[in-house]
Design a binder for this molecule. Structure first.
Ligand SMILES: Nc1ncnc2c1ncn2[C@@H]1O[C@H](COP(=O)(O)OP(=O)(O)OP(=O)(O)O)[C@@H](O)[C@H]1O
Length: 418
């Protein structure tokens, strides 16, 4: 009996001792999948293992682990085609790696009983554990992970969508579209761009006068005239992200909307498309008749953003400006209103020459003649009250040779709506 008691005391002593030792000697860092660092860290781990240059600073025995997860990414190539890439990341379980000479244990755990309310994604944590004396490695490691993630986004446009009350990147960052590739009526692009840049330069001016630092833009015009493309290209050229807001989304309430608009990621445009469709006679109805719980007055309040002192740039688009409630487009909510119309003769010509280019002097003369012809057709049809959208012209140019495009384009003109 004495031996039994002695062994029990010894065992307890060992457990307590090892816990105390762990506390004194080890340090842990927990990263939750609610935090942006979560994705950064897992991607960083995967990158270290797959890149020979990076492997010198890290030994990654975790790649021999039996618990791996796969993340599939769609990569867009320069020629516009895309392919699926598979990235192997550390799966749920315990893994080890060495970073700058120190051993680090990574424990990835997934909560199986509860999921995130809005997205249905399970809660997850990764816990990094290392010796106390190496605690300074954590900030370094996280900064490296963040810098790697940021490098991956350089030159790219990130689109965020709302997940419950949070914004999350939607898909992979896209290649930025050059601003000049969206061909608008002369002066239109410059006018909007200059307004945005002037606004961005006047933060202090707004602060000094106690005016909320926000600006609203409304681009209106027929479908396929380049409103969305222009906003995305402008965001890209200013290195801003886009936060795409769908007012008809189920479950969106006034409170959530207010929270979303007040907590958009830094350096981002909030884009609300087809704003006329969302509020029809001040009641919001989706196509299947579902009525969202965002009220018109809730939307106006959220736009005003009384609670927020942060920079806020909101772009709205519509095909039917005449259907919008005057309260929505009053100055302060919409500060700049711009018509983006169907193709003018000059726009059609510019898009045409962008598509077919000029290979030789001889070809360029032929092209010039065809471009003149296209300009004449657009002017002539417009005299008869018929227009062609830039999107229709783009489709025509993609499918046909320059000559065929000129011969067949007349069939695509539609009665003007503006
Ligand atoms: N002005 C333009 N210059 C170059 N391409 C254009 C232009 N307008 C439209 N396009 C092309 O047409 C397609 C549709 O354009 P986009 O979605 O920007 O139009 P939109 O005005 O936002 O349409 P909607 O009102 O239906 O949302 C895109 O692929 C874009 O490249």
């Amino acid at each position: 009996m004495g031996v039994g008691v002695g062994l029990t005391v010894l065992r307890q002593g060992v457990v307590l001792g090892s816990t105390a030792l762990r506390r004194r000697l080890l340090v842990s860092l927990e990263i939750n999948n609610k935090d942006r660092a979560y994705e950064w860290f897992l991607s960083w781990m995967a990158h270290q293992a797959s890149t020979p240059a990076a492997r010198s600073s890290i030994a990654a025995p975790w790649t021999r682990s039996h618990q791996l997860s796969v993340e599939t990414m769609i990569e867009q190539r320069k020629n516009g085609s895309s392919s699926a890439l598979f990235k192997l990341v550390a799966g749920p379980g315990t893994h080890w790696f060495r970073y700058e000479g120190a051993f680090i244990q990574v424990k990835r755990e997934r909560e199986t009983r509860s999921t995130q309310l809005m997205s249905g994604v399970p809660w997850e944590t990764v816990t990094l554990t290392t010796l106390s004396r190496d605690r300074s490695l954590f900030p370094r490691l996280l900064s490296e992970a963040r810098d790697l993630a940021m490098r991956g986004q350089e030159g790219k446009l990130v689109i965020h969508t709302a997940w419950g009350i949070e914004w999350k990147p939607f898909g992979q960052p896209r290649r930025k579209r050059p601003l000049h590739s969206v061909v608008l009526h002369p002066g239109v692009a410059d006018k909007v761009e200059q307004d945005v840049t002037r606004f961005l330069e006047r933060r202090q001016w707004y602060a000094d006068r106690g005016i909320p630092y926000r600006r609203g833009y409304l681009l209106h015009g027929p479908p396929g005239s380049g409103k969305t493309s222009f906003i995305q290209a402008l965001a890209g050229s200013l290195s801003y992200d886009i936060c795409l807001l769908n007012l008809s989304e189920r479950g969106l309430t006034d409170d959530k909307l207010n929270h979303l608009l007040s907590n958009a990621p830094e350096r981002s445009f909030i884009l609300i498309e087809d704003v006329d469709a969302a509020f029809n006679k001040r009641v919001q109805t989706s196509e299947d008749g579902y009525q969202s719980s965002v009220t018109f007055s809730g939307f106006l309040n959220a736009l005003d953003g009384v609670a927020s002192g942060e920079e806020r740039i909101i772009f709205m688009t519509t095909n039917h400006v005449e259907r919008l409630d005057p309260a929505l487009i009053r100055p302060g909510r919409v500060d700049l209103r711009q018509l983006v119309n169907d193709a003018s003769p000059l726009q059609a010509r510019t898009l045409f020459t962008r598509f077919y280019g000029e290979e030789s002097q001889e070809a360029s003369e032929g092209l010039n003649r065809l471009a003149n012809e296209l300009e004449d057709i657009v002017a002539e049809e417009s005299g008869k009250g018929r227009q062609i959208s830039m999107a229709a012209l783009q489709g025509l140019f993609i499918r046909n040779s320059a000559e065929e495009a000129i011969v067949t384009c007349r069939a695509l003109f539609m009665p003007s709506t503006t």
